[in-house]
Design a protein around this ligand. Structure first.
Ligand code: ATP
Ligand code: MG
Ligand code: MG
Ligand code: MG
Length: 481
């Protein structure tokens, strides 16, 4: 059986197509929905249908949706299963079928189409969803000790502070035989389990006031992580070693002369982060987002900057031999583009513009980075010797973090990361105070339009906080509130 990523995607879509679903294209990473910054899930393009604002064109549909989740940024390369960019395969019912079919088909897809051993699949349900419990137990025949009731945080899905939502039921794969396990069962323990499929029984709309009002019709919204299923079926230890991503890691390995197999954990993480971020960056730029200091543009900028930094930590442009002059990310991007055929066929058409945008941004950042690195290095050195003298914990002041941000373009998250690598903490509150005072100053000076973005993800807070008011490009598409 073909277990390549491309074939898993195709088999999923065909499975649901043969059960009456219309195969629809992925929508852009830039949602039409003005309340959401980026495409975080397959359901977003159908939100108006779920809410009953737009009539359905078909009773049910299936997609392979490209997604970005910036709230998982810190997990990238550290957990085996999180990316900023990933593909979510989904099947959707617009008031057509509901719980029973959704559950039965998910089971059939997992155990028959994908051939997962039935005794390796565990399921979670929302704590008081007895209906789902009965279906799993009686209709599917899952033993009750493999059906776990979980709380709102895990098993009540909402796409944001408001909007369509409902209880969900998730499928987990058990790696115990390969990876070992104790007696306690915790589906959240990712050394043993991986969540790969989420079935949302979308029957409420969460209002501004936080009330759950029943939707006119009961819908199904699901998401299956392509890279996660690839990990399971390809029998590799993490998503990064699947055929969807590993070729990019190999490319970075060639450029850095750091081989993945013999790399230590930190270097492995760096290789994974670069591969992940470049996937996100290529698809974001393809969908029209350009690096900038606000909104979506800031996401791209931050991802590129993190990738450059990780590249440097692997020796690219360091003082060693065999340095690449200029930029290395364009070569990584070329590899991402090569692999893009079945994810988004437009990427190849736009390749030269994408690569050029990345080159410019990397070169631009390198200049400021070199200045900033010297400054930060000196500040960290001062902080460490001060701490030694006073016997306090070493820290970097908010003011210094702000100077690095303001003059050298160092995102504060990056300053914090570098500082923490050297055991120095950063006064984030002090940084916020500096940011606020700059904001007030520039507002007074320019009376700038306030651009904010909102969604449930954490990043939007820092984006809203770090918007540049004044002198840099305001060209990125952002939501005007
Ligand atoms: P997790 O608990 O592992 O963070 P989640 O519960 O946040 O996942 P859902 O919102 O339920 O994820 O999304 C549906 C599916 O999309 C998940 O079951 C998973 O297969 C996939 N998925 C979610 N987030 C990511 C990610 N950051 N990288 C790769 N796949 C993801
Ligand atoms: Mg998550
Ligand atoms: Mg989860
Ligand atoms: Mg989930």
């Amino acid at each position: 059986n073909d277990v390549s990523g491309d074939s898993i995607r195709r088999r999923f879509l065909e499975f649901y197509a043969s059960r009456g679903h219309k195969v629809l294209p992925s929508s852009s990473l830039v949602p039409e929905d003005p309340t959401v910054l980026l495409m975080i899930a397959g359901m977003l393009q159908f939100k108006p249908i779920f809410l009953g604002k737009v009539p359905r064109q078909v009773p049910c549909a299936t997609t392979a949706q490209r997604c970005i989740r910036t709230n998982d940024l810190e997990n990238v390369g550290k957990t085996a299963r999180h990316h900023t960019f990933f593909e979510m395969l989904g099947n959707f019912s617009f008031g057509d079928y509901f719980k029973k079919e959704a559950i039965k088909w998910a089971w059939e897809l997992s155990t028959i189409e994908f051939g997962l051993p039935a005794n390796r699949v565990w399921v979670s349900i929302f704590e008081d969803d007895d209906e789902a419990f009965e279906i799993w137990k009686n209709e599917v025949g899952v033993p009750v000790d493999r059906i776990k009731r979980m709380g709102e945080a895990d098993n009540f899905w909402t796409s944001g502070p408001t909007g369509p939502c409902g209880p969900c039921s998730e499928l987990y794969y058990d790696f115990c035989p390969e990876r070992g396990c104790g007696d306690d069962v915790d589906l959240g323990d990712d050394s043993r389990f991986i969540e790969f499929y989420n079935l949302v029984f979308m029957q409420y709309n969460k209002t501004d006031g936080g009330l759950l009002e029943p939707l006119k019709q009961k819908n199904i919204d699901t998401g299956l992580g392509l890279e996660r299923v690839a990990q399971i079926l390809q029998k590799v230890p993490n998503n990064y070693e699947t055929d969807l991503i590993y070729p990019i890691i190999v490319k970075v390995s060639e450029l850095t002369s750091v081989s993945y197999e013999s790399a230590n954990d930190q270097a492995k993480t760096s290789l994974k982060v670069i591969a992940d971020h470049m996937r996100a960056v290529v698809y974001l730029i393809s969908d029209g987002v350009v690096p900038s200091n606000i909104g979506r543009g800031y996401v791209v900028r931050r991802l590129i900057r993190r990738a450059v930094r990780k590249g440097r930590s692997l020796g690219i442009n360091g003082d060693g031999e065999g340095n690449l002059n200029g930029a290395f990310l364009p070569e990584v991007a070329e590899k991402v583009i090569e692999l893009s055929t079945y994810i988004d066929s437009d990427v190849k058409v736009r390749a030269s513009r994408i690569v050029e945008e990345i080159r410019q941004e990397e070169l631009h950042f390198k200049k400021t980075l070199e200045r900033g690195e010297k400054l930060l290095d000196q500040k960290l050195h001062d902080a460490l010797s001060m701490a030694e003298k006073t016997e306090n914990k070493p820290y970097l002041s908010g003011k210094d973090a702000f100077i690095l941000y303001d003059r050298c373009g160092f995102p504060v998250e990056m300053t914090r990361e570098i500082a923490e690598e050297r055991g120095v903490s950063v006064d984030m509150e002090g940084f916020e105070v500096e940011m606020e005072s700059q904001r007030l100053q520039s507002q007074a000076a320019h009376n700038v339009v306030k651009l904010t973005v909102e969604d449930g993800a954490d990043i939007t807070k820092s984006i809203a906080d770090t918007e540049f008011l004044g002198y840099d490009s305001l060209s990125a598409r952002a939501v005007v509130k």
